[in-house]
Design a protein around this ligand. Structure first.
Ligand SMILES: C[S@@+](CC[C@H](N)C(=O)[O-])C[C@H]1O[C@@H](n2cnc3c(N)ncnc32)[C@H](O)[C@@H]1O
Length: 337
């Protein structure tokens, strides 16, 4: 059989497995929504949990067995317990909890067949992801972004920044389209001499500002603005732009303004996806952004777009490389003023 798909194994297994995707998500979702995970840091039987939740014990047992089968729980002598290594990500009030982010992303990235048919036929969409370009969307998304930053992207950003040969000389950094205070606070905490500025749309900026402890009031400044219209903060040694350049009305113009805002030896570090194979790969981004794309927000960059625009914008040297992150393969583009 010719099964030329990149996956290994027979096509039949792959197709059967794909059909189970929604069941897996609904199980994880029920664990979050019913707070099953929050109840199970200590072992409990199905009747004990059913009693706490006010559900039928025999049905709760079926749910817990399936959650165990997926690897969220372990079951010993009829007692269920949350798998230790998943605790930080599944428990609601853990600082690295992925609960809010995953529930939010599922609303943005999933749609049912009727919604899909409606868009295909009419071109019209009322799906939540159609609001991506509006400040109100990002304002509502701050909680989700915080959860994403604390659990996934913060460590990627910190590792990347600290691995730059120029990092030792960086005294001022601008996080453009930060989405939360998370990275700014980590940077300020670890580098008391670093001046950190955050630039984001209002009302996102106000939420970010109010989440920053007064301890950092001398070190972190939050500037509200739209990078398409408002003046950008000047004199940064490094500008970090991660998944934030999509809404540039004129990318080359924005990059020129960012370049001009940098100090003499400054650099712009961008982290975005780079689609390849005529916008059909990598699957992580193409499938992950299928619903927003169908609903009109098809903003992913092609591989090489940002580097080419940086060169056009006058950066004297542009370095690009692909990196694997917890959230899929990404392109790192660094432009030197
Ligand atoms: C996908 S989030 C990325 C957040 C964060 N940088 C990250 O890597 O997770 C996009 C961010 O860009 C901000 N943004 C969108 N349009 C903007 C604009 N015109 N000017 C400034 N920030 C903007 C949004 O408010 C949001 O915080």
């Amino acid at each position: 059989m010719d099964f030329s798909h990149s996956r290994s194994g027979p096509a039949q297994s792959w197709l059967l497995d794909l059909m189970l995707g929604p069941v897996r998500w609904q199980l994880l979702r029920s664990g979050f929504e019913l707070q099953v995970f929050d109840y199970l840091p200590e072992p409990k039987t199905a009747p004990e949990l059913a009693d706490s939740l006010g559900f039928k014990a025999e049905k709760v047992a079926v749910l817990l067995d399936a959650l165990t089968s997926l690897g969220f729980l372990q079951k010993t002598h009829g007692q269920y317990r949350l798998v230790e290594s998943l605790r930080p990500f599944l428990i609601s009030d853990s600082p690295q909890s992925m609960r809010e982010m995953l529930l939010h992303l599922a609303r943005v990235k999933h749609c049912d067949m009727d919604d899909m048919l409606n868009v295909l036929k009419t071109g019209e969409s009322e799906h939540v992801s159609a609001d991506f370009a509006r400040p109100e969307f990002w304002d509502r998304a701050v909680g989700n972004l915080r959860s994403f930053h604390a659990s996934c992207s913060n460590r990627v950003a910190l590792q990347l920044l600290k691995s730059l040969p120029e990092w030792g000389q960086v005294r001022s950094i601008l996080d453009l389209g930060a989405g939360s205070e998370n990275l700014a606070v980590s940077l300020a905490e670890g580098h008391p001499d670093l001046k950190v500025r955050v630039f984001d749309l209002e009302p996102c900026a106000s939420r970010i500002r109010s989440a920053i402890s007064s301890r950092y009031s001398q070190q972190i400044t939050v500037v509200a603005g739209d990078y398409n219209h408002d003046p950008l903060p000047q004199h940064s040694d490094l500008i970090w732009a991660s998944m934030s350049l999509y809404y540039a009305k004129d990318l080359e113009l924005l990059l020129t303004e960012l370049r001009d805002s940098l100090n003499e030896q400054g650099m712009l570090v961008c982290l975005h996806e780079g689609l390849t194979a005529e916008r059909t790969q990598p699957e992580h981004h193409v499938v992950g952004r299928f619903v927003p794309a169908l609903n009109g927000i098809d903003v992913s960059f092609n591989h090489g777009d940002i580097a080419a625009a940086m060169t056009q914008a006058g950066f004297t040297r542009v370095l690009s490389r692909g990196i694997n992150t917890l959230y899929g393969p990404m392109d790192l583009d660094i432009g030197y003023r």
